[in-house]
Design a protein around this ligand. Sequence first.
Ligand SMILES: *[C@@H]1O[C@H](CO)[C@@H](O)[C@H](O)[C@H]1NC(C)=O
Ligand SMILES: *[C@@H]1O[C@H](CO)[C@@H](O)[C@H](O)[C@H]1NC(C)=O
Ligand SMILES: *[C@@H]1O[C@H](CO)[C@@H](O)[C@H](O)[C@H]1NC(C)=O
Length: 327
Amino acid sequence: MTTPSLRRKNNRRSTNSNPNNSQKNQMAPYASSFYSKFRMSPFLISAVLFMSVLILLSVSLNMRSALGSNPNVSGIYSVDAVNQYPHDPSAFTQGLLYAGNDTLFESTGLNGHSSVRRVALATGKVEAIHSMHRSYFGEGLTLFGERLIQVAWLTKTGFIYDRNNLSNIKTFTNPMQDGWGLTTDEKILFGSDGTSTLYQIDPHTLKVVEKHTVKYKGNEVHNLNELEYVNGEVWANVWQTDCIARISGKDGVVLGWIYLPQLRERLVATGHENVDVLNGIAWDPKQNRIFVTGKLWPKLYEIKVNAMKKPFSGDIESLCMLPPTHF
Ligand SMILES: *[C@@H]1O[C@H](CO)[C@@H](O)[C@H](O)[C@H]1NC(C)=O
Ligand SMILES: *[C@@H]1O[C@H](CO)[C@@H](O)[C@H](O)[C@H]1NC(C)=O
Ligand SMILES: *[C@@H]1O[C@H](CO)[C@@H](O)[C@H](O)[C@H]1NC(C)=O
């Protein structure tokens, strides 16, 4: 879908801005001296002129497509891993956040293995854990003041914990269709439920106050999973992909894509064949550090995000935008 629309745009731009007239004027003296020397018919001259204009036009179109594509015009980013830390390889990561003091909170899934845990960044050591009842499958987690708020998969039951002792203070009714992701800008909660909807939830009443359909170039982005609020944007792991969507929380528009298959691929290549997908983003606003990990990954990475230096050769829509899933 991208390619035809890009082509249309290029064509339009080229016809608008091509200096046809000046090219024609420069041709004229050359063509008339051609005429006097070789006694070409006026018809032939017109044909030669016409062909020359066509050739010039096509040369200029080719130059345009080679030089004209701004590497950042598509908003596609890659990452460099600048630090790596141990991560519990049995943690099926579903929620991740940075809470200051080199400490992370993490929510894990799978029935019988679901938990909320406090983790030391540097060592990956689980410093405190609340194990959930085996009937629950832990999902998105966020920290609002002193409270950790968690949603769970295939249930409307959500949980609130005290951040210091991880005791379950209360349960609430998840107002979304399902529980996948949660994050906050410290005013409102943003939530996802595996569809293309980005919810805004009041942190006190836990009711939906606004929702937007997440779209990239007008097309819905389904399977929104773990969320993180990063520097004014909402970042979402897209389930079953190596992509993070950078979303405007205001209207759900995808501002850019981070495409980072290499972390998972490197783990697989070094013998960690059972690692699952990338999932889990945490942001440290004070030191502007971004951390990512995945389900059953033995590592957690600090990444730097860079605009791609070369135009992206893949098709970001087929890599990052899968059909909707229903459970
Ligand atoms: C920061 O973490 C260290 C090590 O886990 C702990 O000893 C210290 O009390 C923490 N400080 C604060 C302010 O929470
Ligand atoms: C955990 O902390 C909360 C709030 O500080 C307190 O009310 C609760 O009793 C504590 N729970 C345990 C098990 O210590
Ligand atoms: C890429 O472009 C967007 C706007 O199109 C801009 O906000 C962003 O800062 C640019 N990023 C880089 C790394 O140049």
